[in-house]
Design a protein around this ligand. Sequence first.
Ligand SMILES: Cc1ncc(COP(=O)(O)O)c(C=O)c1O
Length: 382
Amino acid sequence: MRIYLDHNATTPVRSEVADAMDRVLREVHGNPSSTHSEGSAAREALETARSRVALLLGTRPDRVLFTAGATEANNTALLGLLRRREQAPGHVVSTQVEHPSVEAALQVLESTGWRVTRLPVDSDGVVALTALADALCDDTALVSVLWANNETGVLQDLEAWSAIVREHGALLHVDATQGIGKLPIDLGSLSIDLLSLSAHKFNGPKGVGCLVVDPELGFEPILHGGPQEKGRRGGTENLAGIVGLGVACDLADKELDQRSLRYSMLRDRLWEGIRTRIDGVKRNGSTAALLPNTLNVEFEDTAGEVLLQALDLEGVAASAGAACHSGSIEPSHVLTAMGRTPESARGSLRLSVGFGTDEEQIDFVLDRLCELVPRVREAEGA
Ligand SMILES: Cc1ncc(COP(=O)(O)O)c(C=O)c1O
C-alpha cells in the first residue's frame, strides 16, 4: 500500500478529469483557431473550460488567459506586465517566502534595474500589514504576494492586501496556486489585478494553468506567435489539458466546502497524533489562517531527509523542509525566513493531505512515525 501525503507537490488526476481529457483527445481533433466545424467544436470545448474557471473564481471568462501552469502565469504577470507598462524600471513589492517562479522573475527584474522590496514574515509566516503599507513608494508599480504558502500552508490576508494596494494605486498580483481548489475565492469582491493558478494542484493535469488578468491591462506576451488567447499568448492551445482544468474547477466549485472540512479533519487528526505520541515536535506556521490540508512539523534532532527516505520505504510519500543540492543540505528559505535555524528546517517535514486520503491512512502514517522518529534520532546520535 502506498500513502500519498504530498498533495502540495502535485495531486492525483480525478477520474472525471481524465475521462473528459480522454474524450477530447479521441474525438475533438480540430484546432480552436480553425473556422471549419472541427475547429468550432474545439473552440467550444476551450470556451466551456474558460467559463468553468471563471465561475470558480467569480470572474469574467474573458479575463482567463490559459498558460502552461503557474510558473508561466507568474512570469507573465511579473515580466510581461512590467516590461510593457513602465517606461523606466521602478519598484516592486513582494515577500521573502515566494515560490521560486516568482522569486526568479523578481531577480530578472532586478537585473534590468528594478528595485524589489521583499517583505519579511514573522515566526508564524505572516507578513505584517504595516510593513506592506510602509514599503509602498510613489513608483511602486506592482505588489506580488503568495496567498497560501506551498511549504507551510500559511495564508496572507488577501482582503487586507488588496485594500492597502488599491488605496495606494499599485497593481496586485496573487500567486493563488495552492489556495485554489481548497479554499473559496471571489474575485468579484476583491481588488486583485492578476492571479495565477495551476491545474495539477487540485486534481487536474500537469502543465496547464492560467493567469487571470483584465484584457485591458496591456502586457508583453512571454510567448510570441499566433493570435491565440487574443494575442496574449502565441501557440496552439493545450486543449485536452485546458478541458481537464475546466473539469477540475467544476469539481472544486461543487465540493469546496466538503473538501475543506474533510482535509482539515484529516490534517488535525495527524497533528493530534504526532503531538500526543511523539516527543520534541513543533508545528511550523500560524494555525490562525491556514490551508486546510497542510501540516508542517519539526521533529527536533532529526535528519528530515533520512526520515523521509525511511517513510518512503514504508510506503509513505511526504516532503522535507530542506533539499539536497549538489551534495549539501539547503534549508528551506520559507522556514529560515520564519526564523528557524538550518537544523530546525532540516528536521521539518511537510505532510499534505488531499483527494484519496482517509483516516486509516493517517493512523498508519502515525504508527510509522512513532517507530521511525526515535530510530532516526538514535542514528543521528541525539
Ligand atoms: C505556490 C506555487 N506557485 C507556483 C507553482 C508553480 O506551478 P507549476 O508547477 O504549474 O508551474 C507552484 C508549484 O509548485 C506553487 O506551489
